[in-house]
Design a protein around this ligand. Structure first.
Ligand code: SAM
Length: 303
């Protein structure tokens, strides 16, 4: 009898304990912020500041004459007349309008999570008379495969927008769905730097966390992205450091205006400054050849 009562009380305690754990977990999940909503809020609040410092091309790694950087980008994305592009994280459509003016027969669907940016993008498209070529829309780029047509795009590109994603696998899988076979994804972004020295790495990790917090970013490692691309079946065309002449490079992040507006990562002295990130460009193709066997034979035979 005593034993049965003991078992009953023990079972009751276990059930109660599990309930408390479950409720705690639910509360914690509710309190956790939605990263996409946070990015939206961030750009809705700061776009005017970005425009004041960056102009209409919201990219940190660039040339002083930003049009020469966009021409460089167009070359490396391998843009051609007649292509259909999806600009994922388009800002105020600065790059999309530039490409639309350079190419006569191009179609660009441009999306941003920020409605403030998309309103400005629409104005910019009208001012530049490219409304038959550039189509801005508010959309979370993780859902492009629900919003845009499947297997419809020659390029999906991310110009310093990719790193805002907290779910890079979902993002690159969504890009895969909307790409035509033979289409390519292009990413230009910053990735966490990697060094041999443990202490320096510790600082790098810390600074990256500060940047993530300040800019609603999720700085990734290069390997994570390469692994997602390769597991999905993308063919890596190239992965490289952007290559622009040193005298044309614009040190925007150390300009006074930038430091006044964004009070993070202030560089007071270069003496023991640890640089936290590297910029890379990645171009990867969704192959036309479907099976693994055919694919390997195809690449073996291709000159
Ligand atoms: C640094 S800005 C770059 C803007 C643009 N690519 C350019 O070069 O001017 C980052 C962009 O990514 C967009 N972005 C971030 N997360 C997004 C999401 N989940 N869905 C759509 N756009 C997003 C932001 O709204 C913003 O337009």
């Amino acid at each position: 009898m005593i034993f049965s009562v003991f078992i009953f009380i023990l079972s009751l305690l276990i059930v109660l304990f599990s309930l408390v754990l479950m409720i705690g977990k639910n509360l914690r999940n509710k309190r956790q912020k939605d990263p996409v909503k946070e990015v939206k809020k961030f750009y809705n609040q700061t776009t005017d500041k970005f425009l004041a410092v960056y102009g209409e091309i919201i990219q940190a790694y660039r040339t002083k004459d930003v049009s020469s950087y966009l021409n460089y980008t167009a070359e490396n994305m391998r843009l051609r007349e007649g292509m259909k592009l999806l600009d994922a994280g388009c800002g105020v459509a600065g790059p999309a309008v530039f490409f639309a003016k350079r190419f006569q027969t191009i179609h660009i669907d441009a999306c941003s999570i920020s409605d403030v940016q998309i309103d400005k993008a629409k104005d910019k498209v009208n001012e530049n008379k490219v409304e038959l070529k550039v189509f801005p829309k508010v959309c979370d780029y993780h859902t492009i495969n629900e919003v845009y047509e499947i297997e419809n795009y020659d390029r999906v590109y991310f110009l310093e927008s990719y790193g805002h994603s907290a779910d890079k696998e979902k993002l690159l899988h969504a890009a895969w769905d909307v790409l035509k076979p033979g289409g390519m994804v292009y990413i230009k972004d910053l990735f966490k730097r990697e060094v041999a020295d443990e202490w320096e790495q510790h600082y790098i990790d810390k600074i990256c966390k500060d940047i993530d917090r300040a800019y609603e970013y999720h700085i990734g490692t290069l390997y994570e992205t390469l692994s997602i691309l390769r597991k999905k079946g993308y063919i890596l065309k190239f992965m490289k450091t952007p290559d622009i002449p040193l005298d044309e490079f614009e040190h925007l992040s150390i300009s006074n205006e930038f430091q006044e507006l964004f009070d993070i990562g202030k560089i007071d002295s270069w003496d023991d400054y640890v640089f936290p990130i590297d910029f890379f460009e990645i171009l990867a193709e969704k192959p036309i050849i479907p099976s693994d066997e055919e694919r390997h034979l195809y690449f073996l035979n291709k000159q």
